[in-house]
Design a protein around this ligand. Structure first.
Ligand SMILES: *[C@@H]1O[C@H](CO)[C@@H](O)[C@H](O)[C@H]1NC(C)=O
Ligand SMILES: *[C@@H]1O[C@H](CO)[C@@H](O)[C@H](O)[C@H]1NC(C)=O
Ligand SMILES: *[C@@H]1O[C@H](CO)[C@@H](O)[C@H](O)[C@H]1NC(C)=O
Length: 188
């Protein structure tokens, strides 16, 4: 019978591996920590105030995706792009420490819960140019919301940790909000 022969042949052929050029796995190699100048891991805590400014002539938070109005009361589907100032105090005119750049969207159909995805880009002192990335679930009406810090750059390379966010002020009329972020981050 031809069929068993064909099957045997195809099994035999599949066992022959033809090495393709560039298939030597030397694109990965282990590094000495010293070559990356990695010292001891540190834990840093800092507090910043995050200003979500929707109103006025220069909003820092703009809607980029509209929710389907009749789907839910939680504005499910809405997405806003942000470039929010991060300041030392709750007053927006206090010292600027960096900016929160990214977006957040309404990700729940029942409660008002956001998916936050943003980089804290610092501009102060030795942290100028370093970033941390926050991505997590933000149930905005909870007193404290915890979200993971999933990475960082510059002084925050290899960062991991979490933030605890609590609303300082929220203007129901304009939608403007000031949120205190306590950041706990492990880095080198
Ligand atoms: C929402 O409204 C649109 C247009 O107003 C309509 O076509 C659609 O069927 C509505 N959807 C629901 C779930 O009611
Ligand atoms: C929605 O909020 C209510 C009241 O705070 C809470 O009991 C419920 O667990 C929340 N639902 C979800 C899916 O988180
Ligand atoms: C941060 O760095 C940028 C570019 O490296 C520089 O222009 C800026 O003045 C620095 N800001 C502060 C507050 O040091």
């Amino acid at each position: 019978m031809a069929l068993p022969i064909l099957i045997t042949l195809s099994i035999l052929l599949s066992l022959i591996t033809i090495p393709a050029t560039g298939e030597h796995h030397n694109f990965v190699k282990s590094l000495d920590r010293k070559s990356l100048r990695i010292g001891r891991e540190k834990i840093s805590h800092f507090r910043v105030y995050w200003h979500d400014i929707l109103s006025g002539p220069s909003p820092t938070s703009v809607m980029i995706v509209k929710p389907s109005s009749n789907i839910s009361t939680s504005a499910f589907g809405l997405i806003r792009m942000i470039d929010n100032p991060l300041t030392e105090g709750p007053d927006v005119k206090s010292k600027l420490l960096g900016r929160a750049q990214g977006f957040y969207g309404s990700a729940a159909q029942e409660n008002i819960s956001l998916l936050m995805s943003m980089n804290f880009a610092f501009c102060e002192g030795k942290y100028n140019g370093s970033t941390i990335t926050v991505m997590g679930r933000n149930e905005v009406f909870d007193k404290v919301r915890e979200m993971p810090v999933i990475g960082g750059s510059g002084l925050f390379r290899f960062a991991r940790g979490y933030v605890r966010a609590s609303t300082h002020t929220f203007d129901l009329k304009t939608g403007d909000a000031v949120v205190m972020y306590n950041v706990y981050v492990m880095h080198y």
